[in-house]
Design a binder for this molecule. Structure first.
Ligand SMILES: [Zn+2]
Length: 192
């Protein structure tokens, strides 16, 4: 899976470019390859002409690009006090790909300013929207309690463990409801 570094404040971002240098260019085309990723998932290729005349093809996955564009839009809107996000139109997933897409589309942050930002987290089992909606600064406290999905009826909570060196590990565990779909990584069951 490729990475995509999303900068919601692009001014002066990527300071390493000063040392490494770069060429500038303009995107002139964008093309979808239905099975372009090694995993078989769709990829997106951008075509650009650089300032030295070189033609460059750069690619990412459709899912990453979509979540990147969404993050930029949300970040821009949040600055203006607007929230244009709407939950995914996708229904209950039947494959890992549908689950991942729905999970991406239903993951969202709203509000502006560290104290006010709310994290909208979809259900870990079916990716239904608004499973857990909490302020970022209260995320650990609130997600340590059981939350039940309105759509699939499963419950889950997060167990946080502090390790030496200031590292915090977390594990999502199932607290109630039917077994998780087979395409998900195993989620341990505990009492609520
Ligand atoms: Zn659910």
């Amino acid at each position: 899976m490729p990475r995509l570094d999303i900068q919601l404040d692009g001014d002066g971002c990527w300071p390493d470019l000063r040392e490494k240098g770069f060429r500038a260019g303009v995107i002139e085309g964008v093309a979808l390859l239905a099975h372009g990723m090694q995993s078989g998932a769709p990829s997106v290729t951008f075509r650009a002409t650089l300032d030295d005349g070189t033609i460059a093809l750069v690619e990412t996955s459709l899912v990453l690009l979509e979540s990147g564009v969404r993050a930029l839009r949300n970040g821009f809107d949040a600055r203006r006090g607007v929230d244009s996000w709407t939950p995914s139109k996708l229904g209950s997933p039947t494959t890992k790909e549908e689950y991942e897409q729905r999970f991406h589309e239903n993951t969202h942050a709203s509000g502006f300013g560290f104290e006010n930002v709310q994290q909208h987290t979809p259900c870990p089992f079916c990716a239904a929207p608004e499973w857990l909606v909490v302020k970022l600064i209260e995320l650990e406290t609130q997600s340590s309690k059981e939350t039940i999905c309105q759509e699939c009826g499963r419950g889950a909570k997060t167990i946080y463990t502090r390790e030496p060196g200031g590292v915090t590990r977390f594990e999502i565990v199932q607290t109630r409801g039917g077994d998780a779909p087979p395409w998900l990584p195993t989620i341990r069951r505990v009492e609520p």
